[in-house]
Write a protein that binds this ligand. Structure first.
Ligand code: IMP
Length: 176
C-alpha cells in the first residue's frame, strides 16, 4: 500500500489488535478497579488506541488529552512541543498516560517529570506499541499491546506525514 512516497506492507491485523487491546483493558480494569483512574491520552497518535482502551474499561474512570509532538516524517526531531496542556488537577489521582508508541522515549521522558510535580497518587504508562531497540531514555511502558522491531509503522492512529491514522490495521515500511 502506498502512502505519499512510501510503500507499506501489512504487519498486524485488525482482529489481532482488537484482541490485544481488549485483553489489556481487562488487565487495566483489574488493576485500577475502584481507584477512580484518570487516563491522559497523548495526541495526536494515541486517540484511536485511547478510545478503544477506554471504551473497554469497566470501572468508573475519566479521560483527558494533551497534545505533545516530537516527530516529523520518519524521524524523531527530539524536540517535545507542548501545544495544548493538561486541563485537570491530577493531585492525588491515579494517572495512566496513554501513548500510541514508545520509540526513543523522549516524549515521555520530557512529559512525565512535569506530571510528577503535580503530586499524582501514581503514574503509569499504557502504550499501544513499544520499540525497545529504539530506546534513548529510561522509559518503559507498564502496559503495552505489542513490542515491535525498530521499523516505521502506520495505522491505528499512527501516521506517515499526517496520513494512515484511519487504517484499522498496522502496516510497516516495505523497504526496511
Ligand atoms: P518517542 O520517540 O518515544 O518520543 O515517540 C514520539 C512519537 O513519535 C510517538 O508518540 C509517535 O507519534 C511517533 N512515532 C514513533 N515511531 C513511529 C512510527 O513507527 N510510526 C509513526 N509514528 C511514530
Amino acid at each position: 500500500m502506498r502512502i505519499k512516497d512510501k510503500l507499506f506492507k501489512p504487519f498486524i491485523s485488525s482482529s489481532e489488535i482488537q484482541q490485544r487491546v481488549a485483553a489489556l483493558s481487562e488487565q487495566v480494569t483489574e488493576a485500577y478497579s475502584g481507584l477512580d483512574p484518570l487516563f491522559i491520552g497523548v495526541l495526536n497518535g494515541a486517540f484511536v488506541f485511547a478510545a478503544d482502551l477506554f471504551r473497554n474499561i469497566k470501572t468508573p474512570a475519566e479521560i483527558t488529552f494533551v497534545k505533545l509532538a516530537s516527530y516529523s516524517g520518519l524521524g524523531s526531531t527530539g524536540n517535545v512541543v507542548t501545544a495544548s496542556g493538561l486541563d485537570r488537577d491530577i493531585a492525588g489521582r491515579h494517572v495512566i498516560v496513554v501513548e500510541d508508541i514508545i520509540d526513543t522515549g523522549k516524549t515521555l521522558h520530557t512529559f512525565l517529570p512535569t506530571l510528577l510535580t503535580q503530586s499524582p497518587a501514581s503514574v503509569k504508562i499504557a502504550s499501544f506499541l513499544w520499540k525497545p531497540e529504539a530506546a534513548q531514555c529510561d522509559i518503559k511502558p507498564d502496559y503495552y499491546c505489542f513490542s515491535i522491531p525498530n521499523a516505521f509503522v502506520v495505522g491505528y492512529g499512527l501516521d506517515y506525514d499526517g496520513y494512515g491514522r484511519n487504517l484499522p490495521e498496522l502496516y510497516v515500511l516495505a523497504d526496511q
